[in-house]
Design a protein around this ligand. Structure first.
Ligand SMILES: Cc1cc2nc3c(=O)[nH]c(=O)nc-3n(C[C@H](O)[C@H](O)[C@H](O)COP(=O)(O)O)c2cc1C
Length: 177
């Protein structure tokens, strides 16, 4: 299957990218998987202007990397959202891209994409993933995406802090595809 990985951290060698690298190792075991990574955090993506020019299904007036990424999403079978937890939610870098889904909303819902979420936080308490988890749930539901996995790595403020269990979980999830 075509797997598109959307990396939402500005840290190229940070926590979430370390975890997703394990996922990729696992997913590469199946030679039928075609994996593409996009460094969303370093792409040129401007926020949705809410101009409604697209009317939720037309071309966006903004000519930046957003359009190219949306096209790739629509060509994929599985999208992996990868994000550090920023103030209990997705990173602004990734959320800016998600807002740009607006111009392809109906096309995305009709694809019934499979989706995986990978997030990491510094804190390790019971509340730190509550809001982002709710957001993942409602996003999948609204966009009619089928979630096939979620890794919420708590207490993982830097690569050296990552509990091995999350790396293994990521590898296993990739391998299951
Ligand atoms: C702007 C900002 C906001 C953050 N907000 C939170 C937060 O709400 N809760 C938390 O536990 N960690 C928070 N962190 C820490 C990161 O989620 C954590 O260090 C994560 O491992 C970084 O992943 P990365 O290396 O892939 O970017 C924040 C970090 C930044 C820079």
């Amino acid at each position: 299957m075509k797997i598109l990985i959307l990396k939402g951290s500005p840290h190229k060698n940070g926590t979430t990218n370390t975890i997703v690298n394990e996922f990729i190792k696992g997913a590469k075991a199946n030679k039928n998987n075609i994996i593409e990574e996009i460094d969303v955090a370093h792409a040129s993506i401007h926020p949705c202007k809410g101009c409604d020019n697209c009317m939720m299904n037309g071309p966006c007036i903004q000519k930046d990397d957003g359009e190219m990424i949306l096209k790739k999403i629509l060509e994929s079978n599985l999208v992996v959202f990868v994000t550090p937890v920023y103030y209990f939610g997705f990173s602004a870098q990734l959320k800016t891209l998600i807002d740009r889904f607006y111009s392809k909303n109906m096309k995305i819902t009709s694809k019934h994409l499979k989706v995986i979420y990978i997030a990491a936080s510094w804190n390790n308490d019971s509340k730190v993933m509550m809001a982002i988890s709710e957001h993942m749930d409602i996003l999948s539901s609204y966009l009619e995406m089928e979630e096939v996995g979620r890794i919420l790595a708590k207490g993982a403020g830097s690569p050296s802090m990552i509990n091995e269990k999350y790396l293994f979980e990521a590898y296993k999830l990739g391998k299951s595809l």
